[in-house]
Design a protein around this ligand. Structure first.
Ligand SMILES: C[S@@+](CC[C@H](N)C(=O)[O-])C[C@H]1O[C@@H](n2cnc3c(N)ncnc32)[C@H](O)[C@@H]1O
Length: 256
């Protein structure tokens, strides 16, 4: 998809490490085992029954995509990183999973084809975009989802006030992994703080609502650094703006 010159290059902002084959090879070990059971349970409660289309944005090595594949009809695994998608494809083939479609694209460029997705999932990827672009990405998701469709979103999101930043961040840094092979180190967390775009819960939540999502559930980690949301594209709130924003965006984005 052709985007205007003023759009960001999503690959350039994807985190250099996500583009490095060696890093990707070790990614799942480093990320630790992420049990998808809770996500599958939540999505089942919201109607996942084997017939749906699920889009995973920023799918990485495909841990979630592969877990949800047996529970739905079609999974589109979207990521800007070619090495991530190669890893995902190889593992899906190894496991004999045939209903995952890897697509190299980003939040701002993925163009869905076929039936509108019932579920959009995104884990630990939206923070690659600054807030202005998060809003555009989320409104593209709202436009893509079928009415009533579900956005399940996990990310590093800060649930504290600026005045409490030291009290919240320092214990998080102190609990970092000792080496990059076994988890995220203090240096990597510091890079995240400096160079990536995790935002505050009290900015992200009104953003979701303004775009036309209703937050159905919200879980914040005890340290206030990580948030999970289940949002329904309900067509309430200020979503009168979604079609206007989105059609404006798509026209602009499609312009050669
Ligand atoms: C920390 S990893 C998370 C991967 C996976 N969702 C997981 O939970 O294991 C972030 C992923 O987002 C991808 N990514 C970064 N920026 C992106 C963008 N603008 N659009 C789509 N994917 C992006 C990276 O390539 C990487 O695979």
């Amino acid at each position: 998809m052709v985007t205007p010159d003023w759009y960001p290059d999503e690959v350039a902002h994807a985190g250099d490490e996500h583009l490095e084959p060696d890093y990707v090879l070790n990614y799942d070990r480093k990320a630790g085992f992420v049990d998808p059971t809770a996500d599958l349970d939540v999505l089942s409660r919201f109607g996942l029954d084997g017939t749906q289309t699920v889009v995973d944005l920023g799918a990485g090595t495909g841990v979630f995509a592969m877990a949800v594949a047996p529970r739905c009809r079609r999974v589109v695994a979207v990521d800007v990183s070619a090495p991530m998608l190669r890893s995902l494809e190889g593992e899906a083939e190894r496991r004999g999973i045939t209903n995952i479609e890897p697509v190299q694209a980003g939040f701002l460029t993925y163009q869905h084809t076929g039936d509108p997705p019932d579920v959009v999932f995104s884990r630990n990827a939206l923070h690659h975009l600054p807030d202005f672009w998060k809003a555009l990405a989320l409104s593209r998701i709202a436009l893509m989802l079928r009415p009533g469709g579900i956005l399940r979103l996990h990310d590093l999101v800060y649930d504290f006030d600026p005045a409490d930043v030291g009290a919240a961040i320092e214990p998080w840094l102190a609990g970092a992994a000792p080496t990059p092979q076994v988890g995220w180190t203090r240096a990597e967390y510091e890079t995240h703080l400096r160079e990536e775009h995790s935002t505050f819960t009290w900015l992200l939540e009104p953003m979701l609502e303004r775009i036309g999502f209703t937050i159905r559930d919200r879980t914040i980690s005890p340290n206030g650094i990580y948030a999970s949301y289940t949002c329904a594209r309900t067509g309430q709130g200020n979503d009168r703006d979604v079609s206007r924003w989105s059609s404006g965006m798509i026209v602009a984005a499609d312009k050669p």
